[in-house]
Design a protein around this ligand. Structure first.
Ligand code: AMP
Ligand code: ZN
Length: 114
């Protein structure tokens, strides 16, 4: 099994507060939330970041966005609004090298929150 922390969460090795899951995507609560709703959306296959997407694997991004929509609805922020962010590389402060999208909401966010 990979040492990647999100792969270990997906594999059930490390517990997570999962709020939605399907065949290709898992959505769980961020361990250190920056907003009332702060979720992490991950594809179940390991991809390092947006930089590692290609024509073969990019379909997971659509899966993640559909999961974002579902998770926003489950969390009750689909009407009030939310933001979806993916950090890529050093300058963006990417700390986990497994492609993921932050879904944040539940509070007016202004220009920046992450
Ligand atoms: P990033 O900085 O964009 O790579 O985001 C990584 C995010 O993963 C951070 O917001 C962390 O709080 C979150 N995170 C790290 N470990 C865990 C974990 N075990 N469960 C939930 N979220 C985590
Ligand atoms: Zn991984």
């Amino acid at each position: 099994m990979s040492g990647c922390i999100f792969c270990r969460i997906i594999g059930g090795d490390i517990p997570s507060d999962t709020i939605y899951e399907n065949e290709t995507v898992k959505v769980f609560k961020d361990i250190s939330p920056v907003a009332p709703v702060h979720l992490i959306i991950v594809p179940k296959i390991h991809i390092d970041s947006i930089e590692s997407l290609n024509e073969q694997n990019a379909g997971v991004v659509a899966d993640c966005m559909l999961a974002a929509k579902k998770a926003a609805e489950i969390s009750g922020i689909d009407k009030s609004g939310y933001r979806v962010i993916s950090n890529v590389g050093e300058d963006a402060g990417q700390s986990v090298e497994h492609l993921h999208f932050h879904l944040v909401g539940g509070i007016p966010m202004g220009e920046r929150i992450l």
